[in-house]
Design a protein around this ligand. Structure first.
Ligand SMILES: Nc1nc2c(ncn2[C@@H]2O[C@H](COP(=O)(O)OP(=O)(O)OP(=O)(O)O)[C@@H](O)[C@H]2O)c(=O)[nH]1
Ligand SMILES: [Mg+2]
Length: 299
């Protein structure tokens, strides 16, 4: 959370290319509007200052009331209106005064104070095709109870579950709606779904062992990269589910030879302890990086 003063013409723009608020200065001052001049010259308005902020940024006023919620790409919050330029001497022309020698000063802009906060959805997001077993896994790892069913698109909105660790740290995991080829072009639940992913710090690629996990991994990687190339760099792990089935076991063994991957069964509980260790590792790495970035920014 950061407190910020904003002066004339300051505007916030939400974008998926920015991850945090560390780059935001505590005080932002835009220029005043210019004064008007003689020879029919009006003063220029002050230039806008646009500060990019991450999607999910909320803006609170002095009383803690939420006055802005920047959830979609390109959304703006006008933090302070800038000063208009002063009117030139022509504005003061009258029947009796044909050559007025007065012009206005530029107006001063507003000055406001806001607090910015990024609302993340969860620490870790479950990313996978419909029917991969994301909801089954969340139910197995946490006390959340999303619906599980043998048909695609059972989950239509995110469900969050908390994993309590022995040192009292809690990691939030989000079960997200399934992703399909073309999601970045808004197929299926499309962009709406990808926006949820953006608000998770780490990702679990959950692959269905019973139907070509390699193809699923390639498609998921492609979809998130097309949407926002920065997502690929988020801490992540690859998991093949349903290894309690013959097919699942076989495809897991095959994929294991090509990439680092963990085999689990969300349904019967195989290797869930190992998965929780991997999840905690991702969480710790992300926290360490955040702290490091915060420290560097304060220097
Ligand atoms: N054999 C087996 N079946 C599983 C496993 N995990 C999930 N399933 C089954 O796979 C089907 C889909 O499970 P869900 O958890 O609803 O899948 P989902 O990824 O949440 O699906 P959507 O919400 O539609 O995206 C259900 O019939 C589950 O019982 C597993 O480890 N082994
Ligand atoms: Mg589901």
């Amino acid at each position: 959370m950061e407190a910020m003063d904003a002066f004339p013409s300051s505007v916030r723009g939400a974008t998926h290319t920015v991850k945090g608020l560390n780059h935001c200065k505590k005080v932002v001052i835009a220029k005043h509007g210019e004064r008007g001049f003689d020879k029919d010259c009006n003063g220029k308005n002050a230039q806008h200052i646009i500060i990019p902020v991450p999607l999910g940024t909320i803006v609170k006023d002095d009383n803690g009331t939420v006055v802005g919620d920047l959830t979609t790409e390109g959304m703006m919050f006008v933090a302070a209106r800038g000063g208009a330029g002063g009117r030139g001497n022509k504005f003061f022309l009258t029947d009796t005064e044909q050559a007025p020698d007065i012009a206005e000063f530029g107006a001063e802009g507003e000055s406001n104070t806001y607090t910015l906060e990024v609302r993340s959805l969860a620490h870790i997001g479950l990313l996978g095709f419909p029917n991969a077993g994301k909801s089954t896994l969340l139910r197995a790892l946490t006390r959340a109870r999303p619906t599980v069913a043998p048909y695609p698109f059972t989950t239509l909105k995110p469900h969050i579950g908390m994993v309590p660790y022995d040192d009292y740290e809690q990691v939030a995991i989000a079960d997200l709606p399934g992703l399909i080829p073309g999601s970045h072009k808004n197929y299926g639940l499309g962009i709406q779904f990808l926006q949820h992913i953006e608000r998770c710090r780490g990702l679990i690629f959950l692959l269905d062992g019973t139907s070509d996990p390699q193809l699923q991994y390639d498609t998921l990687s492609h979809e998130i990269t097309q949407y926002n190339s920065a997502l690929k760099a988020r801490p992540n792990c690859v998991v093949v589910n349903k290894i309690d089935t013959e097919e699942g076991k076989r495809s897991f063994e095959k994929l294991k030879k090509k990439m680092r991957v963990l085999g689990i069964s969300a349904k019967t509980g195989v290797n869930l302890g190992e998965l929780l260790t991997v999840v905690r590792d991702m969480y710790d790495k992300y926290e360490a990086k955040e702290q490091e970035e915060g420290c560097n920014n304060n220097v």
